[in-house]
Design a protein. Structure first.
Length: 229
């Protein structure tokens, strides 16, 4: 038994992206976007593992929908805002919104949420992890069974990596009476999903929800340009 336990530890250290057979039978976290779920291993974001969505376009919208979907199914979801760009008064549909004041607080907050085992999915946006910090978060996700998702360029230790791209022709505009483009109504993304021994692509159409928000008076919140106060 000791030799078997040692072997498991060695395999886990050398092949962090490998998915044990029992975990493949555990329902994953669907994003709610059918075209994307079809190309994700297991049909959704893996529980107990790290997924990385490369920042660019579509990530925040899809992951926010995945969080709301988890809540609608009777589970819990949390969003850790690492850049102070989320309006605290916005409608989050029961998703727990954490707004840490420092990067350190954000790391500790995410780790506690993951380790508690009470959340189906935990998303970290704005500040990615690296090195020992990422190892700690991956361990906490594995212990708590939560799907951990980071908006990050760094694929280290990620079991799933997602990237989306769009061309100027991918945007569907609403026109005014003069035929001028006024508001984007939808966008077609080409999404690529990569994992160990896995590479899939699909077109995903996202409906754009347009909201008019005034500048926040909260001194801890970045303004609409994304600039810190």
């Amino acid at each position: 038994m000791t030799a078997l336990a040692d072997l498991r530890r060695v395999l886990e250290a050398r092949f962090p992206n490998a998915v044990p057979l029992p975990e493949r039978t555990v329902p994953q976290i669907p994003t709610g976007v059918e075209a994307l779920d079809r190309i994700l291993p297991g049909g959704g974001l893996p529980r107990g593992r790290l997924s990385v969505w490369v920042p660019g376009i579509g990530g925040s919208a899809v992951l926010r929908a995945a969080c709301r979907g988890a809540v609608s199914r009777g589970e819990r979801a949390a969003w850790v805002d690492g850049v102070g760009r989320v309006l605290p008064g916005a409608e989050w549909g029961g998703v727990v919104l954490a707004r840490p004041r420092t990067e350190r607080e954000g790391l500790e907050c995410a780790e506690e949420l993951l380790r508690s085992g009470g959340f189906a999915v935990v998303v970290r946006a704005g500040v990615g992890s690296a090195g020992s910090e990422r190892v700690r978060l991956c361990r906490a996700a594995r212990e708590g069974g939560s799907a951990l998702v980071e908006l990050s360029e760094d694929p280290h230790l990620a079991s799933v990596r997602i990237r989306a791209r769009a061309s100027p022709a991918s945007f569907d505009w609403r026109l005014n009476g003069l035929g001028e483009r006024v508001v984007v109504e939808s966008v077609r993304l080409r999404v690529q999903v990569m994992a160990a021994g896995w590479s899939r692509e699909a077109d995903v159409v996202l409906v754009v929800m347009n909201h008019e928000h005034p500048l926040s008076l909260d001194p801890g919140l970045a303004d609409r340009r994304g600039a810190d106060r």
